[in-house]
Ligand binder design. Structure first.
Ligand SMILES: [Fe+2]
Length: 191
């Protein structure tokens, strides 16, 4: 029989996020405080429900784990099947990302003077336990993909708003910008 997930860890993390967002509103300071807490959460892999870590053969999944009632933050699990990737996209809010299982590649982009996204530097590989962050004012356009060809990868993301409902942008292969609201693959409210 499968062991039930240790939801206490998730509840504690959400409680810490709520406390931090109660005290602080500046993105850089929020990130600074959230990073070590996310690292601590990722030190254990016994708390994520299997239904929120399930890959889909068609596309990557983004499961809502928790949405702050005041939309100050949201917590999402991203599940990457082999070879799956996002389009090039932005966020409009700050974010903290950590690897729970497997590995992913994060390719930053910058817009050129015609507004076309161009790769900016080499892709960054995130391995299990690694945590990175971004701020819109420092450039938050990127493309993310599973670094593994034959395994599912799972990353845990904290965003400075209800990311599934946030109006943002993606760029098509030809560089055309489109409005983008990601929604969620499924959601599970925790209390
Ligand atoms: Fe992203």
């Amino acid at each position: 029989m499968e062991t039930p997930p240790n939801l206490n860890r998730l509840h504690q993390f959400v409680s810490e996020l709520t406390g931090i967002c109660h005290q602080e509103t500046r993105g850089q300071r929020l990130i600074h405080q959230i990073k070590p807490r996310l690292q601590a959460l990722l030190a254990h892999d016994d708390w994520l429900s299997p239904t929120l870590a399930r890959p889909d053969p068609q596309r990557y999944q983004q499961y809502l784990l928790y949405a702050d009632p005041q939309s100050r933050f949201s917590l999402v699990s991203f599940v990457w099947g082999p070879g799956q990737r996002t389009p090039v996209h932005d966020h409009q809010v700050w974010g903290v990302i950590g690897m729970l299982r497997g590995a992913e590649l994060n390719q930053p982009y910058r817009l050129d003077n015609r507004g076309t996204p161009r790769p900016h530097g080499a892709p960054q590989r995130l391995n299990r336990g690694d945590v990175v962050s971004f701020l819109p004012e420092q450039g938050d356009i990127h493309q993310v993909s599973n670094a593994l060809d034959n395994e599912t990868s799972v990353s845990i993301h904290v965003y400075g708003g209800d990311i599934g409902a946030t109006e943002r942008h993606l760029w098509l292969e030809d560089g055309t910008r489109q409005p983008f609201v990601s929604g969620y693959s499924a959601q599970q409210e925790i209390h």
